[in-house]
Design a protein around this ligand. Structure first.
Ligand SMILES: NC(=O)c1ccc[n+]([C@@H]2O[C@H](COP(=O)([O-])OP(=O)(O)OC[C@H]3O[C@@H](n4cnc5c(N)ncnc54)[C@H](OP(=O)(O)O)[C@@H]3O)[C@@H](O)[C@H]2O)c1
Length: 267
């Protein structure tokens, strides 16, 4: 078990302007954390902060593009100056592109890696020294189910998330002895703005019936963190797919062709 007690502590949440990041920020604030909400859309950050404050929580907003190391450095300095050392970090900023790899522009693949992976790296490097000095801290990296079971039509995205997953596990072993707990969470089908009509048009039929809410996702994620898990699949019911992938790569390939690729180009 980790000693997870966010009450009164400073928690940075990236990607806090919507979806999963906003839900995790609300949940941390409900447990007493002083949350610093980080993303690019100021109006959306302010709306989440207002909601948290209306429920008696403490939140402040910071506009920052996580793909820019300069932005991250400056934002971290502002937060530490205003609120004190960061004790919890949630890296939820990220985006997906549903596209066959052959059609995916190289510039977007680079941008996606800078956002989903290097954004996470840069934030961790910013907060880690103070956590190590304090001898405690917690980091939750929002990877994706695609990071542990790579998905066709999301090849470059899967690679960014596999990088987040590998970093999280390796780092968790390194910083355990510093009293810092690192967990990667692997969501799938959480109802957020990520699922635009264009994305839904490329998803398997019936996907819309399987979504869970960001609130349910946030609660389950923090429960897994509290249990001291290093890696969590949320919802947990999809863990069986990982067994299928490990035990029968041929059946996994069949499933991907039948479920994920049917109706998309290249047939
Ligand atoms: N929903 C799912 O089922 C699912 C599944 C697997 C993984 N995920 C992961 O969960 C995370 C959150 O996604 P979501 O589903 O909650 O979608 P979302 O509602 O679209 O949220 C994405 C968040 O990331 C922020 N963001 C994107 N690029 C950014 C940048 N360069 N700098 C700072 N912030 C940035 C967005 O804020 P601004 O636009 O205001 O900057 C927004 O707050 C992502 O990492 C995503 O890959 C989600």
């Amino acid at each position: 078990m980790s000693s997870f007690d966010p009450n009164g502590r400073v928690a940075v949440v990236t990607g806090a302007s919507s979806g999963i990041g906003a839900a995790l920020a609300r949940e941390l604030a409900a447990r007493g954390a002083r949350v610093a909400l980080v993303a690019r859309r100021r109006d959306r950050l302010e709306a989440v902060a207002a909601e948290i404050e209306a429920s008696g929580g403490a939140a402040s907003t910071y506009v920052c593009d996580v793909a820019s190391a300069t932005d991250v450095g400056a934002t971290h300095r502002s937060i530490a100056g205003a609120l004190g050392p960061v004790e919890y970090l949630v890296n939820a900023a990220g985006y997906v592109r549903h596209v066959l790899f052959a059609d995916h522009a190289a510039e977007d693949i680079e941008r996606m890696m800078r956002t989903n992976y290097l954004g996470t790296v840069t934030w961790i490097q910013a907060v880690l020294p103070a956590m190590q000095a304090a001898g405690r801290g917690g980091i939750v990296n929002v990877s994706s189910f695609a990071g542990v079971a790579p998905q066709p039509d999301e090849a470059a995205y899967s690679a960014t998330k596999a990088a987040v997953t590998a970093l999280s596990e390796a780092l968790s072993y390194e910083v355990d002895r510093d009293g810092i707990h690192v967990m990667a969470v692997h969501p799938l089908l959480v109802r957020t703005e990520m699922f635009t009509p264009e994305v839904m048009a490329r998803m398997p039929k019936g996907s819309e019936k399987r979504f869970i809410s960001p609130e349910a996702f946030a609660k389950e994620t923090l429960r897994a963190f509290e249990r001291g898990e290093r890696s969590a699949i949320v919802p947990r019911s999809y863990r069986g797919v990982l067994w299928l992938r490990a035990l029968s790569p041929r059946r996994m390939a069949g499933l991907m062709a039948r479920v994920k690729l049917r109706g998309l180009g290249g047939e």
